[in-house]
Design a protein around this ligand. Structure first.
Ligand code: SF4
Length: 197
């Protein structure tokens, strides 16, 4: 069994929330989306932000957040939920830890569920590894220069756990989700050629 099948990643959480059938295609049938230009551009933009942050006192140059500390590219993993990943950044402000997720794609007018729960994965891993509570999730949409934050509640944690349980049920072959025609979402989905509808 490959490493990929032993652990899941925060990107899997994002994909699952986009469409559960993607999880079946990726983790059971082994179909994976190749690196797109957008992903490559996003990685370059992230590296630039990381370099710049060494000279800055504010978070990504935005005046409203002046963290006491910020750590970039933080490797995290959870033995309990079998998930690993590298958080874009974790920052500490007023003694509280928060997760920073940097998105290169366009802002969709709100903090989307898939982006939020992807970042929640880092929060849950951080709490398990470091025994410190994570206060909020901040997502920064680079192209639009928009930063959105949301406090983490017990409800979010419970919901995240249900998502993880569902993903593992698919990966472990407990059930196969059905591809559902989701109109616009399906039209722009890389996996559409694998959905026999
Ligand atoms: S094409 Fe539609 S149903 Fe198929 S994986 Fe993508 S989003 Fe899901």
């Amino acid at each position: 069994m490959s490493e990929d099948l032993i652990y899941i990643t925060p990107s899997d959480v994002k994909d699952f929330l986009y469409c559960p059938y993607i999880m079946y295609l990726k983790k059971v049938l082994g179909v994976d989306e190749p690196l797109t230009e957008l992903i490559k551009e996003g990685r370059e933009a992230y590296e630039l932000q990381r370099q710049r942050s060494k000279r800055r006192k504010t978070l990504l140059g935005l005046k409203k957040i002046k963290p006491d500390n910020i750590w970039f590219s933080v490797k995290l993993y959870s033995k309990k939920y079998r998930i690993y990943g590298v958080a874009d950044a974790i920052y500490k402000e007023g003694g509280k830890y928060s997760i920073l997720e940097i998105k290169y794609g366009e802002y969709r007018g709100r903090l989307s569920k898939d982006h939020f729960y992807q970042a929640m994965s880092y929060a849950m891993m951080f709490e398990e590894e470091y025994y410190k509570p994570v206060y909020k999730i901040t997502v920064y949409y680079l192209k639009d220069n928009i930063m959105v934050s949301r406090r983490i509640t017990q409800y979010h944690k419970k919901h995240w756990l249900n998502i993880i349980k569902d993903i593992w049920n698919i990966v472990d072959g407990v059930y196969i989700p059905s591809p559902i025609d989701m109109g616009g979402k399906c039209r722009v989905c890389f996996y559409k050629k694998y959905c026999y509808k």
